[in-house]
Design a protein around this ligand. Structure first.
Ligand code: FUB
Ligand code: ZN
Length: 676
């Protein structure tokens, strides 16, 4: 691996997203999602499923306080297995001193505080910071003296801690706590939560590893791997990187830890050991031998992100090769045209190659978010525009589709075809909602959207010593310190609607360095114009090297034609159908524009030049819609079955809107793929 190309995101204070598409989404998160989420974390939203999250932290904090006050050895209540989600018998009257909710409910706080950190870094808000500090006080008060911090076990009894690493999410909650703590520290400089996270990390480090006396476990739901790398980057403590590498390398080794753990549980409960599908946990074999993306999609891409982080930090080529193979498995065989992943709701998982059903897709919002994490980490090792293309595809389509345009409701599952009647009546589609929900009992997705949207700058740009990489064209400004000085790059961009961008340089004195700009795969013949700099193109990035002076400008002209796609013939669902994209945006047909029975529509003209591109003011912000020449099959009388004949068709114009904007105009059908 050529580590001269390795890069990392810029410090928060060096990037500002000032205008345009992403600023609107960040403002939605700041004004709507973060305050709303705080209300849900405190169970104050009348019609939404209670979170129980802050209540659990308060309960755990009270236990710690009691222990300190009485000065006696802490004896938590006897552990009682309550299943994956603990609910009170009478929801209006929960019992004091009990844990409620999903056993990973703590992570709701952690994702919230992470989003708060990013938001504060772009938009200081003393009121919000005060609320966040108060929440941090409660969370830290729940921490045990030895650093352990997971309210499920603190409340239910520590005797069962770490006995089910496969399913019980302790290291998942740990990982999210670390991510939240790092973001809040980087944004505010306040280290109370970071110190708590370090104490927990030290505890985990003392208990897990190959050394004598330690457990050889690893996370059942990954995230701790990438979180630990971040903790290492911010603290410089090498033990955190080593722990991340241990978790990655130990996974799937024989004898299998999850099987051993289950055998112990089975013995103590006097029952036979139960078989578990290790593929679901990406633990069927060591990660370097894994060559197909398997199992729970969010877990998988979180793991791959951690693998890429460790590969970069340790310059580990064989690990990076495994990442490349897994990337190929996703991008070439298991990726929806919306940037979503996870073809089956069974286990919220990847299906087999080319199995990409549209109406029963799982395509969890969190999984698309994890894919963005993975893509950015691959870019950090190897700036290749194919990674950035997928990152952008996931961001502009499935990630954004996860949130309503007013920021007030959310999708967990992101289907590519919806018939509301089927969603209501077909039990096989129980997981598919045709309207966004205010909240979820298992509320993993909304806080994940909040943290990603408010940190989009971390995906738009990365840097190394002598190069500033632009991966996404978001309007704003970036400050970069080169060896001989600092420059600021002001970016204006019309993306995602117009294929133009312009970067203007500000520098007090000439600065030597390289600016690298991604040439998106959706553009044919993108051109980069800049006076007096040496230009080379490598792996879809244009590198401009030279001495940068005040007023220098780089103009990017990236033609953005409409593209009409067929899927690989092995995608059985999509045979005889086409989908439309323009720039990073995937389009869909909705009932609101095309009437009901979208399955009767036919695209009759496959020439992209005949598609009309119009500015559309239908939604709360200006978008683009496509008008396509088509036909509609006219239903005929003759019973359920009749003698075959050429279909009777009428000419129509099919209207397509951005996929991310679907289901913002009431109930209705939607489809991304249209017959032709
Ligand atoms: O298990 C924690 C989170 O809940 C996962 O990441 C999501 O897929 C959902 O199952
Ligand atoms: Zn989710």
């Amino acid at each position: 691996m050529d580590n001269r190309f390795f890069s990392k995101p810029l410090a928060f204070e060096n990037v500002t997203i000032s205008d345009g598409f992403w600023k609107r989404n960040m403002e939605l998160v700041r004004k709507e999602v973060i305050p709303y989420q705080w209300e849900t974390l405190n169970d104050r939203v009348p019609d939404a499923a209670p979170s129980w999250c802050m209540r659990n932290f308060r309960t755990a904090a009270a236990l710690q306080a009691e222990k300190k006050e009485k000065g006696e050895a802490f004896v938590p209540p006897k552990y009682v297995w309550r299943g994956f989600e603990a609910l009170p018998e009478d929801p209006s009257n929960p019992e004091e001193g009990r844990f409620y909710g999903f056993l990973f409910q703590d992570s709701d706080f952690s994702k919230w505080i992470e989003a708060v950190g990013y938001s504060l870094s772009q938009h200081p808000d003393p009121e919000l910071e005060k609320i966040a500090d108060g929440a941090i006080d409660i969370v830290c008060a729940a921490q045990m003296d030895d650093g352990y911090l997971d309210t499920y076990y603190i409340i239910n009894g520590m005797d069962a801690a770490w006995t089910n690493m496969r399913d019980n999410h302790e290291l998942y909650c740990f990982g999210h706590l670390v991510e939240g703590a790092v973001a809040y520290y980087q944004a505010t400089g306040k280290d109370k939560l970071l110190n708590a996270a370090c104490r927990f990390a030290d505890y985990v480090d003392a208990h897990f590893g190959r050394e004598e006396g330690k457990r050889r476990g690893y996370p059942g739901h990954e995230v701790a791997e990438m979180a630990l790398v971040r903790l290492y980057e911010v603290t410089g403590e090498e033990k955190y990187l080593k722990l991340a590498a241990y978790f990655v390398n130990e996974r799937g080794q024989a004898p299998n830890y999850f099987e051993q753990e289950e055998a112990v549980r089975a013995q103590s409960e006097g029952r036979p050991a139960r078989h578990a599908n290790l593929y679901y946990y990406q633990a069927e074999k060591p990660v370097r031998e894994q060559d197909e993306a398997h199992g729970h999609a969010v877990r998988a891409v979180y793991l791959y992100s951690g693998m890429a982080d460790v590969a970069r930090m340790l310059n580990d080529e064989s690990l990076f090769n495994a990442c490349k193979q897994l990337w190929h498995s996703i991008a070439d065989e298991k990726l929806y045209i919306t940037g979503g992943i996870g073809g089956t709701h069974i286990g919220e998982s990847f299906s087999y190659p080319f199995d990409l059903p549209n109406d029963s897709a799982y395509s969890e919002t969190c999984a698309a978010i994890g894919l963005v994490f993975f893509a950015r980490r691959m870019l950090q090792i190897s700036p290749d525009s194919r990674y950035a293309d997928v990152m952008e595809q996931a961001l502009y389509n499935t990630v954004l589709s996860g949130m309503a345009l007013d920021g007030k409701s959310f999708f967990y599952v992101n289907p590519l075809s919806v018939n509301p009647v089927a969603c209501k009546r077909d039990e096989r589609l129980q997981h598919v909602k045709h309207v966004r929900q205010k909240w979820f009992g298992c509320a993993c997705c909304p806080p994940n959207i909040a943290r990603l949207t408010s940190s989009v700058a971390q995906y738009a740009y990365t840097e190394n010593e002598d190069t500033l990489f632009t991966h996404l064209y978001t309007a704003g400004s970036v400050r970069k310190q080169f060896a001989d000085g600092t420059l600021t790059m002001e970016m204006v961009s019309g993306i995602p609607w117009k294929g133009n961008a312009k970067a203007v340089i500000h520098a007090d004195a000439p600065v030597k360095g390289t600016l690298a700009f991604r040439l998106p795969g959706w553009s044919d013949q993108p051109a980069v114009r800049c006076e007096g700099k040496q230009q080379t193109v490598k792996n879809g990035y244009a590198y401009l090297t030279g001495e940068w002076r005040e007023g220098d400008a780089v103009e990017l002209c990236m033609p953005m034609p409409v593209r009409i796609w067929n899927a690989d013939e092995r995608v059985r669902e999509n045979i005889g159908q086409v989908a439309f994209t323009r720039g990073p945006v995937t389009f869909c047909a909705e009932q609101a524009d095309n009437g009901e029975n979208l399955h009767l529509l036919r695209v009759s003209d496959l020439d992209p030049a005949h598609v009309t591109v119009e500015t559309d003011e239908t939604f709360a912000h200006s978008t683009v819609r496509l008008i396509v020449n088509g036909k509609r099959v006219v239903p005929q009388a003759g019973g359920l079955y009749r003698a075959a004949a050429a279909p009777v068709m009428e000419d129509i114009r099919i209207v397509l809107v951005p996929y991310y904007a679907w289901a913002n105009r009431g109930e209705g059908e939607m489809t991304v793929w249209l017959r032709n």
